[in-house]
Design a binder for this molecule. Structure first.
Ligand code: ATP
Length: 225
């Protein structure tokens, strides 16, 4: 009979305590979650012992060491080893082999990202690349507040409504018919109106959360805002 695994819900482990991994670890800890901080470098482990529930020094490419700390019991493990791509890949393989259900890995470049996708990393993040794209969009248009890539062609963007569309509604703007895009929500200060009704008026300064093809989103932004 297979032994039932004990999953520790909301228990996290972060492997690699550089700037990125360190910041993930601190934030999880600040949010009140149990987080194990892991690094090969004892100085890093000492530094993060105050920002984690446990801090452990080990080499994550060594499956016996990860197995020894019961890594399979963690629901969610973040691999934030950057420079040593081989160590990052080996660690990801060991974690998936151990049966960790959510393995999130920081990629150093596109090749690294492709390999991580192939070997079963659940989420691959590329912080410098993603942030660079978001900042570029913010620089180009002062109407774009935030930007999330869904694929090469589709995105979700947050746009500030100018006085050009003050009083307009979903119906009058015909977002679906004219632009093929969907308004997910209207933010008015702290208030969030999800799936706004067709006759809901948009006011200057409202933040519009819109999903669609990048070309259509750009067309909408240029024409209406
Ligand atoms: P950042 O940009 O986030 O500061 P980085 O991309 O430069 O980090 P590195 O500094 O290469 O990433 O690695 C992050 C951490 O991972 C380091 O503290 C390093 O000691 C640790 N690390 C590297 N290899 C291993 C390993 N095999 N096992 C555990 N930790 C490791």
């Amino acid at each position: 009979m297979r032994k039932k695994k004990t999953r520790h819900k909301n228990q996290y482990a972060v492997i690699g305590l550089g700037r990125f991994g360190g910041s993930v670890c601190r934030e999880l800890h600040n949010m009140g979650h149990e987080v194990m901080a892991i690094d090969i470098d004892q100085d890093k482990v000492d530094q993060y012992s105050r920002f984690s529930t446990h801090a452990v020094q080990l080499d994550s490419t060594d499956e016996r060491q990860l197995h020894g700390i019961g890594i399979r019991n963690f629901e969610h493990v973040v691999v934030a080893i950057g420079d040593n791509i081989q160590a990052s890949i080996l660690t990801t393989l060991v974690l998936k082999d151990e049966g960790v259900s959510q393995v999130w890995v920081k990629a150093q470049n596109m090749y690294h990202q492709k390999v991580l996708d192939k070997i079963g990393a659940d989420v691959v993040v590329h912080p410098e690349f993603d942030m660079g794209k978001r900042i570029a969009h913010n620089i180009v248009s002062d109407k774009v507040i935030d930007y999330i890539d869904l694929s090469d062609d589709y995105s979700i963007i947050e746009l500030r409504a100018s006085d050009k569309i003050d009083g307009e509604t979903l119906m009058s703007l015909q977002l679906r018919a004219k632009y093929g895009i969907t308004l997910l929500a209207i933010k008015d200060g702290e208030a969030m109106n999800i799936s706004p009704k067709p006759d809901e008026p948009i006011r200057t300064g409202n933040i519009l959360l819109v999903i669609g093809h990048n070309n259509d989103l750009e067309r909408f932004e240029d024409t209406e805002l």
